[in-house]
Write a protein that binds this ligand. Structure first.
Ligand code: FAD
Length: 410
């Protein structure tokens, strides 16, 4: 039986941050936008600590005010802990211009809010509509969609933006997947009522703690408003596999291995079963093709250590919307030079710092006792998400500069 075929200017796959922001920006250009989302919102997602750079894209998309007014936990920096050493970066003190503060968000609420803002601007979002197939052979790309009741239909679009995150729909359907350069790591995480009473604990910062014995194993503690927090541990899967029991038991055992975390969370109430995710780092052969482009995690995902995922997702949405504006006005566009290369500039900055974190070099830099204020402000800017700001030498020549700094601090 032939399926019903609908038409649309742009179809966006997935209503996560990349999808909702792209949809809103395209509505501002007057495009007809259909967003197909597999889940019903609100739904859980990992990725709760935002970076200040993301505020600029929320502002562009007309979503900033609702985010500011939603009552999320204010965030002004990142604190790092290794043994007795504690160092905190205040993102308001940074090399790049732009926002120095942001929020730590429960993604179920945050993503729902962004999706509602995209709808308010005229994007149609169909929840529980999953994309299952793509056909690029015709004049226009065509998607097959399955509804929750099992019924299927097709949509022909002027262009497809794949913002399906870890769903990675087009990479899988079009054989675009290529392995990430990072080893396979996993994370175990949950939300708890943290019960933290330590007077010097700073709820306005994400706290990243290095495992006392293994420098490539680390914990995050992301305070939320209302006395709760997100807590998680990241390590190679072989390391995590040594821990037996439920995810909650494994996470508690790992948290107890770090004396400072154990003390900080002595009064915590572990009221939510932990979850785990493995092998999330991913890459693709190309971020675009005839009639489509990949946004956010549907393209490349590096690693969670510097909370860069949502910022990269929003940057990709903003860049793709700019290129599509040209495309729809009839101008020939070059997706590689106007989208993929500019996006990868910042992703590669983060990559340099992530690689150096796991080999220990960047840890020696941030925990070094004597830091030059100007260099610290350049690093603060990158940790705040300004990874595309070429006025920063650690962006312009990130590999060479960081290597030199590592040698000084080793
Ligand atoms: P997503 O937010 O994943 O949204 C994709 C959407 O597509 C989902 O709603 C999904 O239901 C939908 N979808 C999937 N398949 C289909 C389909 N077939 N049809 C229709 N819809 C579909 N980032 C940060 O910024 N800060 C952090 O602190 C942070 N911590 C992290 C910790 C861990 C352990 C991990 C693994 C990641 C972390 N990240 C963090 C990264 C962050 O989770 C992602 O980068 C971010 O969510 C990507 O946004 P997105 O819009 O690309 O995709």
């Amino acid at each position: 039986m032939d399926l019903k075929v609908e038409n649309c200017d742009v179809v966006v796959i997935g209503a996560g941050p990349a999808g909702s922001v792209a949809a809103a920006l395209l509505r501002q250009q007057g495009r007809q936008v259909l967003v197909l989302e597999r889940e019903q919102f609100p739904r859980f997602s990992i990725g709760e600590s935002l970076l200040p750079q993301s505020m600029a894209y929320l502002e562009q998309a007309g979503m900033l005010q609702v985010v500011v007014e939603a009552g999320f936990q204010y965030k002004n920096g990142a604190a790092f802990v290794r043994g007795e050493r504690y160092t905190a970066f205040d993102f308001r003190d940074k090399h790049s211009t732009g926002w120095g503060t942001t929020y730590q968000v429960q993604r179920a609420n945050f993503d729902h809010l962004l999706a509602q803002q995209a709808q308010r601007q005229g994007a149609e979002i169909r929840f529980q509509h999953a994309v299952t197939a793509v056909d690029l052979d015709g004049d226009k790309p065509r998607l097959t969609v399955r509804q929750a009741d099992g019924n299927e239909y097709q949509v022909e679009a002027g262009f497809i933006l794949d913002a399906s995150g870890f769903g990675r729909i087009l990479p899988r359907l079009l054989d675009l997947e290529t392995p990430s350069n990072f080893p396979v790591r996993g994370a175990i995480f949950t939300h708890i009522e943290d019960g933290i009473t330590a007077p010097d604990f700073d709820r306005n910062k994400i706290r990243v703690t290095v495992h006392p014995e293994h420098c490539d194993v680390w914990y995050w503690l992301i305070p939320f408003a209302g006395g709760r927090c997100s807590i998680g541990v990241v390590a190679k899967t072989a390391f995590l596999d040594q821990y037996q029991g439920s995810d909650t038991e494994r996470l508690r055992a790992l948290v107890n291995e770090d004396p400072a975390s154990r003390e900080l969370l002595a009064n915590a109430r572990w009221d939510t079963p932990a979850r785990s995710i493995v092998g999330y780092s991913a890459n693709v052969k190309s971020l675009w093709g005839k009639g489509y482009a990949l946004l956010g995690n549907a393209g490349e995902f590096l690693d969670p250590v510097f909370s860069s995922g949502v910022t990269i997702a929003l940057k990709s949405a903003s860049l793709a919307a700019q290129v599509l504006q040209k495309h729809f006005s009839g101008v020939q566009v070059d997706w590689e030079n106007e989208y993929a290369i500019p996006l990868k500039k910042g992703v590669n900055t983060f990559r340099t710092f992530v690689e150096s974190w796991y080999t220990g070099g960047f840890q020696d830099v941030i925990f070094h006792e004597h830091q030059q204020p100007e260099i610290r402000r350049m690093i603060s800017a990158i940790l705040a998400g300004y990874a595309w700001d070429e006025t920063n030498p650690y962006v312009r020549e990130s590999k060479r500069r960081l290597k030199a700094l590592e040698e000084i601090c080793a």
